[in-house]
Write a protein that binds this ligand. Sequence first.
Ligand SMILES: NC(=O)c1ccc[n+]([C@@H]2O[C@H](COP(=O)([O-])OP(=O)(O)OC[C@H]3O[C@@H](n4cnc5c(N)ncnc54)[C@H](O)[C@@H]3O)[C@@H](O)[C@H]2O)c1
Length: 251
Amino acid sequence: MRLKDRVAIVTGGAKGIGRASALELAREGAKVVVGDIDRAEGERTAFEIVEKGGTARFIHADTSDYESVEGLVKETIRSFGRLDIMFNNAGIGNPPVSVLDMPPEEYHRTVAVNQHGVFYGIKAAGNAMKEKGGVIINTASVYGFFADRRHFPYHASKGAVVMMTKAAALELARYNIRVVAVAPGLVDTEIVAPWKQRPDLWRTVEKAQMRGRVAKPEEVAKAVAFLASDDASFVNGSVLFVDDGAASFKR
Ligand SMILES: NC(=O)c1ccc[n+]([C@@H]2O[C@H](COP(=O)([O-])OP(=O)(O)OC[C@H]3O[C@@H](n4cnc5c(N)ncnc54)[C@H](O)[C@@H]3O)[C@@H](O)[C@H]2O)c1
């Protein structure tokens, strides 16, 4: 167990990549706080961890609201006495629309959750980790590196996550806090459900991947656990692609 007795927060831990990561961090020995706006599914993730012999609790938190994120960190420390790992993972997609027709409120909502949420997590967790050090992991995306059509707010937010990871790593190094990111390619979660509703489109999407399939959330979770552990002790300011090479070839 690489994370025995460490305390971790996973935002967006109710479903998808966050849920799989919460389970994986717990399997590695961490006490896990699941932070999410989805109470029913979030409590289910925490319950599953406890059922498997781990330690977990759910705390309702909206990452687009600084006070909510600060409350999540404070409540975690009240419960478990410390914070070692902050996984800023909560994120939303946006319906595919040209930038010319993009409703400003859609842009603001995506950026509020995906970008501001990561800033809030870095600020709140960074302050809480200043004494003892720790690891902050952010969920970026291959969409932070290359552009697709009709996903303008998502690109804006994920590009920002990449640079916020580097800038925060530089500032927090003096506190022995590592700041890193994962950049998944396509992962089979609810965020891609609108694509899956059209089987022909989904088959094309799968075929376009380097080995003809998208990732399972558990494959991203393994990378998250590595980054959270001392096995990644010299990995800092980096973005780890978990994309089966998607960011490396021209489509
Ligand atoms: N699925 C993919 O293909 C893919 C690819 C690259 C990056 N990502 C990123 O991975 C992260 C997780 O997404 P996922 O694919 O697991 O999607 P998902 O929809 O399965 O899970 C997202 C989770 O975030 C929670 N959430 C949404 N808004 C929130 C808020 N304001 N505050 C707290 N929690 C909130 C949801 O309730 C849900 O539990 C996101 O940042 C997403 O952008 C996903």
